[in-house]
Design a protein around this ligand. Structure first.
Ligand SMILES: Cc1cc2nc3c(=O)[nH]c(=O)nc-3n(C[C@H](O)[C@H](O)[C@H](O)COP(=O)(O)O)c2cc1C
Ligand SMILES: Nc1ncnc2c1ncn2[C@@H]1O[C@H](COP(=O)(O)OP(=O)(O)OP(=O)(O)O)[C@@H](O)[C@H]1O
Length: 144
């Protein structure tokens, strides 16, 4: 049994997320997904969708066997529980493969870390969807 782990915010779901999770699942037999905690999303605007709802939606996706909320304080805590054989990184995740692998090795974990590709599409990004909603709202605002 090969256990794959993917991580992310998954705020407003789109086919880019689905592609990422499908590719991840194809690398092994079971796919675990860690959902970022609201308080830990500091590298971009705070998610619109609260963490429990993000978890509920990701859990329901076909490639996902088990999704869970991440730790509030220690990113290595869920890794110890899950014991993944492979950790996948998305095309835009800031972690570097080698650095992450070294940090994991220091703590006694030896998964393979792999970077997955991007799939293009106009609304294949949560922020692009949010930006479009704001633009349309502006256009349809009645003239005062
Ligand atoms: C190996 C690994 C473990 C992670 N564990 C947690 C965690 O326990 N709690 C959390 O809030 N975020 C955790 N994250 C962070 C994210 O889920 C995500 O990578 C981060 O928010 C940036 O990616 P995004 O912009 O695609 O959401 C982890 C990330 C990695 C790579
Ligand atoms: N178009 C895409 N193609 C492939 N992977 C994607 C795509 N969009 C998101 N992902 C991956 O899905 C995971 C979760 O992504 P995240 O929650 O950051 O969504 P996002 O749409 O990239 O968000 P934002 O637009 O706010 O940056 C990340 O690993 C990310 O690389």
């Amino acid at each position: 049994m090969t256990r794959v782990l993917a991580t992310g915010t998954f705020d407003i779901l789109h086919p880019g997320h689905l592609y990422f999770l499908e590719q991840a699942k194809m690398l092994g037999d079971e796919l675990y997904v860690i959902i970022s905690r609201d308080v830990n999303v500091n590298h971009k605007p705070t998610p619109i969708i609260p963490e429990k709802q993000r978890l509920e939606m990701v859990s329901a996706l076909k490639p996902v066997d088990f999704a869970l909320l991440g730790s509030l304080t220690d990113y290595f805590e869920p890794i110890a529980e899950i014991q993944p054989d492979i950790i996948v990184l998305g095309f835009d995740q800031k972690f570097q493969e080698k650095e992450l692998e070294e940090a994991l090795n220091k703590r006694g974990f030896f998964p393979k870390v792999m970077r997955l590709p991007q799939i293009g599409g106009d609304f294949y990004s949560s922020r692009a969807i949010a930006a479009e909603i704001i633009e349309r709202k502006k256009k349809h605002r009645p003239i005062e």
